[in-house]
Design a protein around this ligand. Structure first.
Ligand SMILES: [Zn+2]
Length: 315
């Protein structure tokens, strides 16, 4: 029997066959659910993992970000959001919708001079922050060879390749940690790279949520085989504690498409893009209904995406 790669448990494991839905060629991948830490994890080797990414993957995930909002509007929003405004959940969701990425630094209390490392992605997020006041930004990605954004430092490498002497005030992993098959090594490295009062922000899909309960292996955030691990908050805490870190806060922020796409996966053979297109074609009142459902799930801490605020453990 295999061992859980998060906590080492090998008892009462449950297995699921999950369909790949972006290329949608009918392939399925085996996932294993650990009864102890509650992590759903890819349970087979995928030697050709790069084949499941490619240019289309990056351009699709990034194209919705809006870069053209004037600096005199975006800068104050960035500043205020870093201080934790707005506190109101509805207002937060609304603003985040308009300026998609500004809230990646929400409530960090770090200023424009802070050293920021973004792990995973083609550099668009960092380029946006650089353009709007943040002076010291670096982006790294293992698969993306070059960044088209010339105003940032971009390195084609893994976080574990960085020198321990490099220090950062903020390390962000915006939907990238779940793509890494070595979470223990990565968190150990975060512990090395983070300044004493630094903050690591990890945004990941959360297992055990409402969408999982309803749709199980059709829950769209499994995204087989690209997502190696779907964690419970408990599993994140266990791993952080093991590597000198601690989870200070969890901010649930799930999207309005979680139930719709999962339902399409269950009821039809649609691929990811087709499911998105079907959602976009819905009448406005239907979309509002899904938005409210996501808001409600987040309030109950049952949304399927969350930001983890991670710091050094105080001795
Ligand atoms: Zn486990």
């Amino acid at each position: 029997m295999p061992n859980c790669k998060v906590c080492g448990n090998n008892r009462n494991l449950k297995f699921y066959d999950v369909k790949e839905r972006q290329l949608n060629k009918g392939e399925t991948f085996k996932y294993c659910l650990c009864s102890k830490c509650g992590t759903l994890q890819l349970d087979q080797a995928v030697p050709n993992m790069e084949d499941y990414y490619g240019d289309a993957y990056y351009s699709f995930t990034m194209k919705s970000i809006r870069m053209q909002i004037p600096r005199f509007i975006i800068q104050p929003i960035l500043f205020l959001s870093s201080k934790g405004f707005p506190k109101n959940g509805k207002c937060f969701r609304y603003l985040n919708k308009i300026v998609k990425i500004s809230f990646s630094l929400y409530d960090t209390h770090k200023g424009f001079n802070s050293r920021i490392l973004d792990v995973g992605g083609d550099g668009m997020l960092m380029s946006f922050l650089r353009k709007n006041g943040y002076k010291n930004v670096t982006c790294i990605d293992l698969f993306c060879k070059n960044s088209m954004y010339s105003n940032i430092k971009f390195i084609n490498c893994s976080i574990t390749d960085l020198d321990d002497d490099e220090k950062f005030d903020i390390i962000t992993m915006n939907s990238s940690f779940e793509h890494m098959n070595n979470p223990h090594e990565v968190l150990n490295k975060v512990n090395q790279l983070l300044n004493n009062n630094g903050l690591c922000l990890i945004k990941i899909p959360i297992y055990g949520n409402e969408a999982w309960k309803r749709y199980k292996e059709n829950w769209f955030q499994i995204d087989a085989p690209r997502h190696y691990f779907l964690y419970l908050p408990k599993a994140m805490r266990i791993m952080c504690e093991k590597h000198g870190l601690t989870v200070e806060n969890i901010l649930y922020y799930s999207g309005n498409k979680q139930f719709f796409i999962s339902k399409m996966y269950k009821d039809s053979d649609m691929n990811f893009k087709e499911a998105i297109a079907a959602f976009n074609a819905l009448p406005k009142r239907e979309k509002v209904k899904y938005e409210k459902e996501a808001e409600f799930a987040d309030k109950q801490k049952k949304g399927d995406v969350a930001w983890f605020y991670i710091k050094h453990k105080t001795q």
